[in-house]
Ligand binder design. Structure first.
Ligand code: FAD
Length: 453
């Protein structure tokens, strides 16, 4: 006889953890959280383990519905803002710093100068945890939760069990079965393929998201300081002159490090990413420049397309490729000697010097170079010859199952939250989406909580 819980949560990332926190408020609910990775202290995997991709993330809490997900499509702006405030308060309670970037008059001045350079600045109030504080906050939350729910680590959910269109439980990879009244699936990007397979098996309606492809740019700290000291992260948008493509900056890491990331589940590729520590500073600032790609028909396989480009870089470099902007402009590859001579020393030492024009499509490369020139007007030095470009950075956004405003799937009592469901793309909205699902469950259990309209 399988053990029965009120709620089972699959995935111990921010979405799953914040769902668990919300469900732990009224006493008496039995909640099981299943995480396929290890505990926070024991894990070595970047995206898998308690804390999810959040545990190793840069911990930039972006406090606006405008970035980090599409929650406002489900809830509307006002309700999303209220949820973001709720989630931010919880992060503060568990140790996030009170300092807020991205507010005040200086932001308006940067916005004005950005518009003169042909860029749109999206002002974002932002709190920076840093990678080490991100882990300590998550550990404090784990310690709080541990006595309030049952936690099964290194257990992978393999299939959802349904009965008459209603979720009734989960079967694990080891063949164990756990029953429940409500199910929250929050498997992150790591589990997005699994969620897709389950969604197809359950014949759920699915929508594609675009894929964002680009490079990570690395410059001396001083080049970006005018922006990062005020904004921490400058969220800039640009429409390429040649193709009218939307290109944006993403995940700016002042005094940070460029990192390698393996993504893609059973068919992995190596891509580039970045982070910064709160207490240990490098000489460089890095950020991604990403081109949103969904301008062709049919475009049924955005994930396969993104992986294909990442694989090209992997084939030519064995992993991540690095090139000086000057070398790219002069039409030759970077070599170890040229990189060594450069003023900007790569923080990702394992990156192989090469030529990104063999990897990125002309359309993407053109737009990226145009945007670098535009940012150079706002932050002189960005388009210097020694600027390092790493490739490729790909942001895979998961397929989205059809969801109600309370994030319930077409299977009754089965909710999907976080990055894996294509609802979010960042810590705050992932966390908030877990709260949405949890609140709806509490409401159905008769608790007096704000309903999702
Ligand atoms: C290097 C890096 C830096 C980042 N920096 C930032 C940042 O500064 N700011 C920001 O807002 N966002 C950042 N992000 C993104 C952020 O980490 C994610 O948006 C967020 O963690 C998503 O939360 P989630 O709960 O949806 O999924 P995840 O955090 O991915 O967690 C999902 C969890 O589910 C588990 N899982 C998957 N499938 C199963 C299964 N079948 N059974 C059991 N468990 C399963 C996984 O092991 C994983 O632990 C960064 C990400 C990375 C990788």
């Amino acid at each position: 006889m399988a053990k029965k819980y009120d709620v089972i949560i699959v995935g111990g990332g921010p979405a799953g953890i914040f769902a668990a926190l919300e469900l732990s408020q009224p006493p008496g609910l039995s909640v099981l959280l299943i995480e396929k990775g290890k505990d926070i202290d024991k894990r070595t995997n970047l995206v898998c383990g308690l804390g999810g991709a959040g545990a190793y993330s840069d911990g930039k809490l972006t406090l606006t519905p405008e970035v980090g997900g599409r929650l406002q499509d489900y809830l509307g702006k006002t309700e999303t803002e209220a949820l973001i405030k709720h989630v931010d308060d919880i992060y503060l309670r568990f140790g996030a710093p009170s300092k807020l970037y991205g507010i005040g008059d200086e932001v308006n001045e940067i916005r004005r100068r950005a518009s003169l350079a042909g860029l749109r600045l999206i002002p974002v109030p932002l709190r920076h945890l840093g990678t080490e504080r991100c882990r300590s906050v998550l550990k404090t939350i784990r310690d709080y939760l541990i006595s309030r729910l049952e936690l099964k680590l290194e257990v992978m959910a393999s299939s959802v069990i349904t009965d008459n269109g209603k979720a009734t439980g989960i079967e694990t990879e080891m063949g164990e079965r756990f029953d429940c009244d409500y199910l929250i699936l929050a498997p992150g990007r790591e589990g997005a393929d699994w969620l897709l397979t389950e969604a197809k098996r359950l014949k759920l309606t699915l929508y594609n998201n675009p894929v964002d492809v680009g490079i990570r740019v690395e410059v001396p700290v001083a080049v970006m300081e005018g922006l990062t000291s005020v904004l921490y992260e400058a969220k800039l948008e640009f429409l390429s002159q040649s193709f009218d493509d939307r290109i944006r900056t993403f995940c700016m890491c002042p005094a940070g490090e460029v990192t390698m990331e393996t993504t893609g589940g059973s068919d992995p590729v190596i891509t580039v990413n970045g982070h910064s520590y709160a207490n240990s500073k490098s000489q460089n600032t890095n950020f991604a420049l990403l081109v949103s790609t969904n301008f062709t028909e049919p475009f049924r396989e955005p994930i396969a397309y993104g992986k294909y480009l990442a694989r090209l870089a992997n084939i030519l470099s064995g992993g991540v490729m690095v090139q000086r902007l000057g070398d790219l402009m002069e039409g030759h590859r970077s070599t170890p000697a040229r990189i060594e001579r450069g003023i900007v020393k790569p923080t990702l030492r394992q990156a192989t010097p090469g030529d990104l024009s063999f990897v990125l499509p002309y359309r993407h490369l053109t737009g990226l170079l145009e945007m670098l020139q535009a940012i150079d007007k706002l932050a002189p030095g960005v388009a210097a010859k020694h600027t390092l470009l790493y490739g490729v950075e790909v942001k895979f956004y998961s397929c989205r199952p059809q969801l109600s405003p309370s994030l319930e799937t077409e299977v009754n009592n089965m909710f999907a939250a976080g990055d894996g469901a294509g609802v979010s793309r960042g810590l705050i909205q992932a966390s908030a989406s877990g709260v949405v699902a949890a609140r709806e469950i509490l409401r159905r259990r008769g608790h007096n909580l704000p309903a999702v309209s």
